[in-house]
Design a binder for this molecule. Structure first.
Ligand code: R5P
Length: 310
């Protein structure tokens, strides 16, 4: 078994390789003057099972193309099988036609990954579980919830906790964390009047005097979370903590969070945010490398991955 990294999140790939005590495959990923990506694998990988680690994070188009070209290079170098390890699966938000005449990017990206030659996909907290069905190859969708539950138990000593879904789509995720923490559930009724804008219509459940733990798959502009946190405070919540798997953190998101009522935001390192977060005080990063490394080990040894979540 060998590990190859793309350019999107080298610090995470390095941590996974340290966890597995395996060196990263020697490769060069360069660009031609016009921006085209060029990949060369500098060691023999014939007959090996290869795990290519690449997040489809910003710049999403370049990182996606790099992933596809890496898979193609591996296939043409006679790898025995290729697993696309995609810590952050971008392009997942368009997973159905919500209005007429739009694309379903999640399906197109799934087709591209399969067509390029991947035999399996490993990812973390897919935006919606049904994207697994867009593939006709095995997909292991890992969950950050157990990592978050451990952190809550260790760091938040307040009583009277409640888990909160920032929109109806996040209910299952919030309920899963609630079950691990043995606490109840509230749901924010969010609407999107326009793409990129979010509006809180209502909060379902009683949050008065409670410490709220909001959990979601991704934070992009920060609008959803900042508005949800304010709505909870307006309804009498004591404190609001936020746990989010993928820190997309576009534009002014970091500033917005710093100015918000959020006491602490915890994200994972599925996306490399080392530059953006240098001065951020209320944002903490937990590493997903152990979980991903363990999943890779189990796939490689043909043992159960789901046992990791029992
Ligand atoms: C929506 O379904 C997602 O789970 C996130 O809540 C959303 O994409 C976050 O976007 P933003 O931070 O831009 O509000």
């Amino acid at each position: 078994m060998k590990l190859l990294t793309g350019n999107s999140n080298k610090p995470l790939s390095k941590k996974i390789s340290q966890f597995l005590k395996t060196k990263l495959v020697n490769s060069s990923i360069k660009k031609f003057a016009d921006g085209e990506i060029y990949i060369e694998i500098n060691e023999n990988i014939r007959g090996n099972s290869i795990f290519i680690i690449q997040s489809v994070s910003s710049p999403a188009n370049d990182n996606l193309m790099e992933l596809l070209l890496c898979i193609d290079a591996l296939k043409r170098s006679s790898a025995k099988n290729i697993t696309a390890v995609i810590p952050y699966f971008g392009y997942a938000r368009q997973d159905r036609k919500v209005v007429p005449r739009t694309s379903i990017s999640a399906k197109l990206v799934s087709n591209l990954i399969t067509k390029a030659g991947a035999d399996r996909v490993v990812t973390v907290d897919l935006h919606s579980g049904q994207i697994q069905g867009f593939f006709d190859i095995p997909v292991d969708n890992l969950f950050a919830t157990p990592i978050f539950a451990r952190h809550v138990k260790k760091k938040i000593k307040e009583k009277n906790l409640i888990c909160v879904a920032p929109d109806v789509g996040g209910t299952q995720r919030a309920r899963a964390l609630g079950n691990l923490l043995n606490v109840g559930l509230a749901i924010v009724d969010k609407r999107r009047p326009k793409p990129g804008q979010s509006q809180v219509m209502n909060v379902i459940g009683n949050v008065k005097d409670k410490t709220c733990i909001i959990v979601d798959d991704l934070i992009d502009s920060g609008g959803t979370i900042v508005n949800a946190a304010k709505a909870l405070k307006d309804r009498g919540a004591k404190n609001v903590y936020v746990y989010i798997t993928h820190g997309v953190l576009s534009g002014e998101a970091v500033k917005k969070i710093q100015k918000s009522v959020i006491k602490n935001l915890v994200i994972t390192d599925t996306i490399d945010n080392s530059d953006k977060l240098k001065k951020a005080k209320n944002i903490e990063v937990l590493s997903i490398s152990g979980l991903m490394g363990e999943a890779i080990k189990r796939i490689s040894n043909s043992t159960s991955v789901s046992d990791l979540f029992k």
